[in-house]
Design a protein around this ligand. Sequence first.
Ligand code: C5P
Length: 318
Amino acid sequence: KAAIGKVWDKDSSSRNLVPWLQKVRKNYMAMNKYNVTYNGKKHAKLSPEKLLCQLRDRVNVTMIQRSDGPFGTSEWQQYLPETSFSETVGQLGHCAVVSSAGSLKSSHLGQEIDSHDAVLRFNGAPVRGFQDDVGQKTTIRLVNSQLVTVEEQKFLKESLYNTGILIVWDPAPYHAEIDEWYRKPDYKFFESYKAYRRTYPEQPFYILNPKMQWQLWDILQENSLENIQPNPPSSGMLGIILMMTLCDQVDVYEFLPSKRQTDICHYYQKFHDYACTMGAYHPLMFEKNVVKHINQGTDEDIYTHGKVTLPGFRKVHC
Ligand code: C5P
């Protein structure tokens, strides 16, 4: 049996980042674009069990509905899906979350990923041409508002977006209510959302209620030993929490890097950037520390498959 190499350290610190990434983190803290005023606890290093309970009880994962202030207009009635998100997905059993990391390349994890009842993918991550490594099933795709807005033409045309349930998320100010966020979203994605809904009216497509970003961020900050970037969690972390609310069990692939760790950003591009794995804008390093802390799988699974196993919130007893 091969020896297990080093896996993600749950106490990873920004001190060990390359200097330019330390600087990027400091710049984001000085900028504080979302007006985060955090007064809560810090360094509350909870046990994995308590941390799971905090995540279960304090992060409220919901989709925008007609009852959400500005979305109550007759115009929005035509665009928001008629069926609620929970009715559309139902309760899921074993789920897979597929990060888009470069370390998925040559992983041959495709079959294992597809053996799950549901698979979550992110942004523009393709399956065609990469089935052997990432599988071909897509149950839910979580996309950010930047992609939907800045790459609107691709988003409306590329067939990869036509599979499964779509969810878009957009960063909101720390204290903002839905009204304020609606008036000033980070990216003005509402028109693209409507255009997509007109083009593909049959495909379920939801808008994530932005409240959850900061509910989750607070818990990440509370459980970190230093100040984390005052920016929303990454799509990857939002997706992990989303699936923990829907599934009995969640296997996450290559969020914590395996022995294949690389500075290649995505498995589907040639672009090299170490920040994709360690975080620049997003508090990604601290997200990974928390995920390592609550992992119920083995270090060997992380090392060989980049695999972390988390319980669904239905299975968490507090
Ligand atoms: O880059 P993108 O946001 O589309 O990737 C989806 C998610 O996968 C990220 O939000 C991040 O959580 C995770 N990821 C990672 N390491 C990488 C690339 C992506 O952990 N190298």
